[in-house]
Design a binder for this molecule. Sequence first.
Ligand code: PBG
Length: 314
Amino acid sequence: MSENFKRFRPNRVDEETRAKFRETKISISDFILPLFIVEGTDVVEELSSMKEVFHLSVDKVVEYLTPMVESGLTSVLLFGVPHSKGVTQAYDADGIVQNTIRIIKKTFPNVEVICDVCICSFTESGHCHIGDNDSTIELLAKIAVSYAKAGADIVAPSDMMDGRVWAIKRALSEENLTTPIMSYAAKYASHFYGPFRDAADCAPQEGDRRGYQMDYANSDEAIAEINADLEEGAQSIIVKPALSYLDIIRRAKDSFDTEIIAYNVSGEYSILRSGVENGIVAEMAIYESLLSMKRAGANRIISYFVPWFIRFSS
Ligand code: PBG
């Protein structure tokens, strides 16, 4: 009697066989670790909203990074969190981000230093703009140039103003800088950023970010945003958040021949961690969720789970 069905289970019979048929793999080199840099010295302070994520002063960054770099971490994303507000500090050649770039590049020349370019930690309002779009993009360009001059490998605008990639590209080339731009092209007005806003002290004082970040009901618009940023000169693009947006990651991957980065945001991190700590889901749920981002099409993942991943894979 001939069978009229296909057998899938033989490929799942044991771990060795499953490993042979596994389509997606992740390793430490797929990750970009966000770092929150504060003023002062000797600061290594765990955030109350995010376990195992720290405020670090410039002098502590190397010590903090060393074991992770030794475990294969290749890339970091810097956020400056100033003590008092004021946007001019963001482009101070001697600012906290600029000094961190220099110290990381000097100690670990092979570690890629990406700098988030935004002003929401620097404005009194907590918004990513200073009122109007077009003066904001000039300011962002100035900040990006300052980071590039300090030695950043990549600048990553996360503000969602229109034309910021164009303005940054123009300003960089006026200074003969060729620093690549990784744009947060598809960044949604998400409810999953809560813990980050404590970490970066950037919660809007009034209103929300729906006037500039994307409406989470939209998908075609993400493709249009990515397309515009690539036309303006971005080299790689970020989809943010990741977990509720795996469809967007997949569409981006299928539509563009460029590096797609998933931002596994703070809310996704803290929810999953607390789920594990409270015994609601098994710890492997973390691995499953990280893997899903790569399976969806992400080339790399920005994630606070880097220390966890290193522990897990060693
Ligand atoms: C600010 C910025 C935010 C994040 C990265 N850059 C917050 C926001 O847009 O409100 C979120 C990161 C995270 O939640 O992990 N421009």
